[in-house]
Structures are given as structure tokens and as C-alpha cells.
Write a protein that binds this ligand. Structure first.
Ligand SMILES: Cc1ncc(C[n+]2csc(CCOP(=O)(O)OP(=O)(O)O)c2C)c(N)n1
Ligand code: SF4
Length: 371
């Protein structure tokens, strides 16, 4: 990756959180290039040399590709449980039941499940029947697998958006991370539906004239999708909390991560500060929509950032993609950026109002069932 890339810290964090339980479906884009070229990759391994399983299919089918990981992994877990059942007498009901009913909700639960599975391996190590060999081969499926579908905005907002929508609507336990650079970075910075109003990009040489698509609100409309908007440079704690909550939610999750990029024309050594300005100006409000909160009659929508405290111009003046607007169309630049500020003000108003709602204002619990 380019040095100072805004995408890579999210992937490193994901490895650190989920390690060898992580299955990653990676859309084509910068992340499939720097992520797939060993040894310089943000994906890391633990002391035992184990790390995530990773694969890249295409640009356009990544959500469906990752959805397949979920289906196959659930199927393999079911198969492993059946095979484990057939050893109930030999292993003892206590051990078998504790494996089958293990909660696996936090690090301690996961550690305990690993220990139980180790115990089964030990007890079966001298059993050489085909059944025992088969169980040994599938047993690691009884450790909870975490599926993350990752990619850029070109994939999520544009070319893979139909598939992404379909997968989010499935109610299944998949997690999606969109590393949003607001352009197609890997192919040189073409505009996507994520490109903000006023930014100059390829195919938007006179500045993008329409507002950025709000994929978060689209997903929130389903009611059963966990949705968060994060920016590690502005709030690493909120980013960490959102990624953890997304994984813990038993249905679909969508995390949209602000990712600064060389395509923005910034000094990359100040990328994280630029993320802070994106949040403080209201360009990138931080929030979490956690459907699980409606179970406790709480508002699922939490606005994590404060009301904008600096004008948009304070953020965009550090970025060539916006400064280029004055050169490309000096007569219109002022009006376009004024409009962009209005978009931000109104969008903030929408989020602020959502944050004052109560659970009853959102999709009801029954309609938001997950499976
Ligand atoms: C169907 C298809 N169209 C175009 C491409 C060429 N292509 C590869 S990566 C890429 C850009 C990816 O942009 P984005 O999803 O925003 O990810 P980023 O590179 O910004 O991380 C494009 C257009 C492709 N591989 N497949
Ligand atoms: S082009 Fe942007 S997203 Fe791609 S590696 Fe460079 S900084 Fe990261």
C-alpha cells in the first residue's frame, strides 16, 4: 500500500481482534492488491503463526462470495456437531454438551471452547477409525467463525451494490467493512457514488455535482442491519467498539470506514488529522445503529460525534481534490461548495433528529428477526 494509506489500519485491527477465526472475502481494489501480496500485508498472524483465511473473487460479486463463506461455514459446523454427537458415549455428555451449547460471545468463551476442542483431540488421538478421522478433520468448525466482507466504495456503492444490498437483506450473520476513499483508488481515482459534492475526480473533472450516496441510511431502513460509520483517526475507541458490536450482532452488519488516500491530494503524514477534520466539519458524522438496543426499548441510533464545530472549508482546504475545483471552474466553485455545506447541515439535522427518537420509531423487533 502507499505509505500512510488510510485503509490498512482497519484491516490490521480486524486481524488483531478476530485472528484465526476470521474469514475474509475481499473485493478487487487496493485492498486485494496490498492484501494479497505477501509478505507486505496488513493481515497479521499470532504467535502460533496462524491468521485469517482470505480470498478475492471478483470486483462485482464480493458480497455474494462472502455470503457463501457464511453458508458453507454454518453447514460445516452443523456437520461437525452431528459427528461429535456420535462420540457422545466415548467423550462423555458433559464435554459434548458444553461444546455444542458454548456461548462463544467473548474472548473468554472462545478460549474455553478452544480448550474443550483440544480435549476432544487428545481423547481421540489414539482412535484411528474413519469416523474419528472425519471428526478430527471438521472439528475446528466448532469454533465460531467470523465472516467479514471487505472492499472499497467503488465496489460497495457502485459495482457491487446490488449484491451487497441482497446480502444485507438476507438476515444472515455477515459483516461488511467498506473502506471508503470516496473514489476508485486502485485504478487512479475515478468518481463513485460515494464521491462528495464539490470534489474533483476522474469522470467528475468539473467537480461532483450530486451529493454522496448515504449507504448507511439505506441499510438502517432494513431495521435488522447493524450499521456504523467510523473514522479511526477521529475516534479509535468508537471504531473499535463499532467493529466489536458488528461482530457480536447475530445478523448482518455494515461498517463504513473513512479512509484517507493519496487520491485526495493530501499530505499523507497528516492523514489521521484530516480524518478528525472530516468529523469535526460534519462531513463524516460518527454513529452506530444497533438493532439489539430495541430489545431493551432503547433508541438504536447513537450519534457518537459532536455537532460540527468547524466549517467545511477548514477540512477541504487541505485537499487538492477540492482545491482543484477553483481551477476547473472558478465561476461556479463558490456556489458548489456553498451547496455542499448546505448538504452537510441538512444531513446533520437528519442524524440529530434520529438520535432523539425512541425504539418505537424504528422497524419493530419482530420485523427485524435475524437467522
Ligand atoms: C467488473 C470490473 N470492473 C472494473 C474492474 C477494474 N477495477 C479493479 S479495482 C477497481 C477500483 C476499486 O475501487 P474501490 O472499490 O473504491 O476500492 P479501492 O481501490 O478504492 O480500495 C477497478 C475499477 C474490475 N476488476 N472488474
Ligand atoms: S491508492 Fe489510496 S487506498 Fe490505495 S493504497 Fe494508496 S492510499 Fe491506500
Amino acid at each position: 500500500a502507499c505509505s500512510g494509506c488510510g485503509e490498512t489500519p482497519y484491516l490490521k485491527l480486524m486481524t488483531q481482534l478476530f485472528g484465526d477465526r476470521l474469514l475474509v472475502a475481499n473485493a478487487t481494489g487496493c485492498s486485494s492488491i496490498y492484501g494479497g501480496n505477501l509478505p507486505t500485508t496488513p493481515w497479521s498472524k499470532n504467535a502460533q503463526g496462524r491468521g485469517p483465511a482470505w480470498a478475492n473473487s471478483l470486483f462485482e460479486d464480493n458480497a455474494e462470495f462472502g455470503f457463501g463463506f457464511r453458508l458453507s461455514s454454518d453447514h460445516q459446523a452443523d456437520q461437525a456437531m452431528l459427528e461429535l454427537e456420535s462420540f457422545r458415549e466415548q467423550l462423555g455428555s458433559d464435554l459434548v454438551d458444553s461444546i455444542i451449547h458454548a456461548p462463544q460471545e467473548n474472548d473468554t468463551d472462545i478460549h474455553q471452547q478452544r480448550e474443550r476442542l483440544k480435549l476432544v483431540q487428545e481423547q481421540l488421538q489414539d482412535v484411528h477409525t474413519p469416523e474419528a478421522q472425519s471428526l478430527r478433520a471438521v472439528m475446528d468448525r466448532l469454533l465460531k467463525r467470523v465472516v467479514w466482507i471487505v472492499g472499497g466504495d467503488g465496489w460497495a456503492y457502485d459495482i457491487g451494490s446490488g449484491g451487497l444490498d441482497h446480502v444485507l437483506a438476507s438476515g444472515r450473520n455477515v459483516n461488511v467493512l467498506v473502506m471508503d476513499t470516496e473514489v476508485y483508488s486502485n485504478t487512479g481515482g475515478q468518481a463513485s457514488k460515494s464521491t462528495p459534492m464539490g470534489a474533483v475526480a476522474k469522470f467528475a473533472a468539473a467537480g461532483k455535482r450530486s451529493a454522496k450516496k448515504d449507504v448507511a441510511l439505506q441499510a438502517i431502513a432494513y431495521g435488522n442491519v447493524y450499521v456504523a460509520r467510523i473514522a479511526m483517526g477521529a475516534s479509535p475507541q468508537q471504531a473499535l467498539q463499532a467493529i466489536r458490536e458488528a461482530e457480536a450482532w447475530p445478523g448482518p452488519s455494515l461498517v463504513i470506514a473513512y479512509s484517507h488516500c493519496i487520491a485526495h491530494g493530501i499530505n499523507m503524514t497528516h492523514g489521521m488529522e484530516q480524518q478528525r477534520l472530516a468529523v469535526r466539519s460534519g462531513h463524516w458524522p460518527l454513529f452506530r445503529y444497533n438493532p439489539g438496543r430495541t430489545d431493551h426499548h432503547e433508541n438504536p441510533f447513537i450519534l457518537d460525534s459532536l455537532r460540527p464545530s468547524v466549517p467545511l472549508t477548514d477540512y477541504i482546504r487541505n485537499e487538492v481534490r477540492y482545491r482543484a475545483l477553483n481551477i476547473a471552474c472558478p465561476d461556479e466553485a463558490g456556489a458548489i461548495l456553498e451547496e455542499a455545506q448546505t448538504v452537510i447541515n441538512r444531513k446533520w439535522g437528519v442524524y440529530e433528529e434520529m438520535a432523539t427518537h425512541n425504539a418505537m420509531d424504528f422497524v419493530p423487533e419482530k420485523a427485524s428477526a435475524v437467522h
